[in-house]
Write a protein that binds this ligand. Sequence first.
Ligand code: NDP
Ligand code: PYR
Ligand code: MG
Length: 760
Amino acid sequence: MSEESKRREALIYHAKPTPGKIKVVPTKKYATQRDLSLAYSPGVAEPCLEIEKDKENAYKYTAKGNLVAVISNGTAVLGLGNIGPEASKPVMEGKGLLFKIFADIDVFDIEVDTENVEEFIATVKNIAPTFGGINLEDIKAPGAFEIERRLKEELDIPVMHDDQHGTAIISAAALINALEIANKKIEDVKIVISGAGAAAISCSRLYQAFGAKRENMVMLDSKGVIRDDRDNLTAEKAEFATHRKIDTLDEAMIDADVFIGLSMANIVSPEMLLAMAENPIVFAMANPDPEVKYDVAIATRKDIIMATGRSDHPNQVNNVLGFPFIFRGALDVRATKINEAMKMAAVEALARLAKEPVPEQVNIAYGETRLTFGKDYIIPKPFDPRLIAEVPPAVAKAAMESGVAKEPITDWEDYQDVLRERLGSDNKFVRLLLNRAKLNPKRVVFAEADQLAVVKAAQIVREEGVAIPILLGRKDTIKSLMNDIEFDDDNVIIIDPKTDEEDERKNKYAKVYWEQRKRKGVTLYAAQRLMRERNYFAAMMVNEGDADALISGYSRSYPTVVKPMLEVIGMAKGVNRVATTNVMMTKRGPLFLSDTSINIEPNAKELTKIAQMTAQIVKMFGMKPVMAMTSYSNFGSSSNPMATKVREAVAYLHRHAPDLIVDGELQTDFALNNEMLKERFPFSKLVGQKVNTLIFPNLDSANITYKLIKELNEADSIGPIMMGMRKPVHILQLGASVDEIVNMTAIAVIDAQKKEQLDI
Ligand SMILES: NC(=O)C1=CN([C@@H]2O[C@H](COP(=O)(O)OP(=O)(O)OC[C@H]3O[C@@H](n4cnc5c(N)ncnc54)[C@H](OP(=O)(O)O)[C@@H]3O)[C@@H](O)[C@H]2O)C=CC1
Ligand SMILES: CC(=O)C(=O)O
Ligand SMILES: [Mg+2]
C-alpha cells in the first residue's frame, strides 16, 4: 500500500462511521419509568448520601473504581512533539481503546489547554474525584517530572506518567531478556540513551534499579551528549551527565552494547550500528518512526537484537504492554500509588512470560508459526491473552506487600479467572479467524465483483494476505471500481463470463453441467446459456478446481443464490440436507446459532444433522462445541410435538454421538445461565459447561433470534455459514457490509483449508 493510501486509510478509520474511537455506554437498565427513577431522581439521591457519609462508597455506587483519566496537554505527543491538546486527542482516545480492549478499564480522555505546570496540576487535582486512577500521557519533560511527583504526593489514587514508567517497565523487561540472549551482564554493559526527556530519564533510572551502572551510560538530548561540564542542565539531566569527553552520537556509539532510543526518527546511521560492540541491543522506540528503521538495522548487522515501538515488526517495545495491566492490578486492590515494588513486579512478570511456551492462539493472531524466546521474541506480544492473567496479579501482590493496597485480594485463582473473563472475545475471534486464513490463503472467486463493497473486501483480503481473490463481472466496471479505491494490483484475475473471451471455459463448464443434469431436463444449449450467469460460472470454477472457494449473495436473495450452488456443487458425502449457522460475537464470547436460513421445519432426525454439522463448524474454529437444543420446554415439561422432536433429537445424539456435549430440550435462559440450570436441572450435561452453540427447533426461532440479538445487542454476526456443501461455497446476506464480506471470505478460506486437509 502506498504511503498516501495508508494516510487516507488512517483518516477514514478515524472519521467513519462515527468520528473518533470511543463512546460511553450505560451499564444499567433504563427502559422504564421505574428504571429512570432509580438511575436519576429520586433514586440517585441515596448513593449520593452514602458517599457523602464516606467517600470510599464512591467505589461501591459509581464507576469510579474502573475509570481512568488519560490526561495530556499535547506537549510531547508520540515523537511528533508539541502539537497541542486538540491534536493529541486521537492518541488519548487510542490509549482509551487499548485500556478497554486489553484490561477492560474505562477511560475518559482529557486534553488540557495549558503548558503551565501549576495550572495543569490544579486541573488534574480538581477532577481527580471522578477517577480511580490517573494516566498522564505525552507531557514533555521537565514539566512532566514535577507534575507527576506532585500529583503522586497530593492524590490518594494511583497516578502514573505512562511515557515514563510504562515505557521503563516494558523496556526493562525487554532489556533483561535481550541481555540474557546476548549473554551479557547488565552491570557491565555500556548503554547509550538518545533522548533525555520523560521516557529516557525514567527508563535509565529503572535500568539502574536492575543493576545498570550510571558510569556506563551516555545520554544525549537535542544539543548532543549530556556532559558534566555543560551549563544549565536540569536536575534530571545532571543526574546522567557523563565526564567522558565526547560530543556526538557517533562517538558515543563506539563499542556500546546497548542503544536506547527515546528521542526522534532517523538519527542512527548504519555506520553507528557497525561501530557498536558484538551482539548489540538496539531499542529504537521513538514513535511513529524509530531512530533507525527496523529493516535497515537488521540488514546492517546480523548479530543485532532489534526492537522498535511499532507493531509491524518483531519485538514491539511499547508501553501498550504495560499501562493496561499495571492499572488493572492497581485498581483491583484499590492501590493508593503505583510504587517501585509494583513496577519491578510488572517487569519481572513480563520478562518471565516471554520465556514461557507461546500459546497457539498467539502464533495464529500474529500469523507466526512458532514464536519462541529468542532474538525475534524478547517480550510478549500485546494480544497475548496470558498478559491479563499474569501481570495484574503480580502488580496487585506487590501493592499488597508494599502496603499501598486498600482492598487486598485473597483468592488469587478466582482473581485470575475474573481477569480472563474481562477479555472481550469478539474481536479476538475475528482476529483468529483472519489469521487462521492467512496461514494458507486460498483462491476465492467473488461472483459479484461489480459491486463496490465486494471489491473493497477483495482489496482487504488481498492486501492482508487472507485470500487470493478472483473477480467476476464486467471488466471495465471492476477496473473502474478498483481504480476508485486505489486497488492497484495487476495480478488480480478478473473474468467476465458474459464475453466471448471465456467461450472455451464456458463450453467446458457447460459440458460438465450438462453431464450432471442431462437426465433432469437440461439441454447442452441451456447449459451453455446458464454458464453466462455468474453464479453458475463461479460454482463451476470451484467444482472444476479453478478456484478453491466462492463468495456470492451480496446483491441477490438467498434462495436465488443457493439454487445454482446446490445444482452445481451439491452436498457433501453422507449429507442430505444443507443448513446454516451464524456466529454471534456476544459479550460472553462467540455463540453459534443454527439453522438460521434454510430448514423451515426440521424433524428430529434433521435436527440431529444440523447439530452435528454445527459441531463440525465450531471445531473448525478451534473451539470445543457445547450445545443446547433449545425449545420453549425444559426436559420434558411439554408433550407438544414441537418439544418432543427436540427431545428425540437429543436422545439420538446422546446414543450415537456420546462424545458431543449436548443437552435439551431446554429454554435459552437455562442454556446460557449455568447457575439457574444447576439449581433447577442439576442432572443436565451442560451443568458446569459454557454453552457456545444453540440449535433451534425451527427456522422461525433461529432466524428471529439471530436478527434480534444483532439489532438489540449490537453483537456482530458472521454468517450465515453454509454447512453440508461438498465444496466451500458461502453466501452473503443481501447488502452485507465490507467487514462482513471480509469475515465470510476468511471463513471460506478456512473451509477450503479444512476440506483440503480432509481431501474432500
Ligand atoms: N515505545 C514506547 O513505548 C514509547 C516511546 N516514546 C517515544 O520517545 C520519544 C520521547 O518521548 P518523551 O520522553 O515523552 O518526550 P519528551 O519531550 O519528554 O523528550 C524528548 C527528548 O528527546 C530529545 N531529543 C530531541 N531531538 C533529539 C535528537 N536529535 N537527539 C537526541 N535527543 C533528542 C529531547 O531533547 P531536549 O531535552 O534537548 O529537548 C528530549 O530530551 C518520542 O518519540 C516517543 O514517541 C515515548 C514513550 C513510550
Ligand atoms: C507509546 C507512547 O506512549 C509514545 O510514543 O508516546
Ligand atoms: Mg506516550
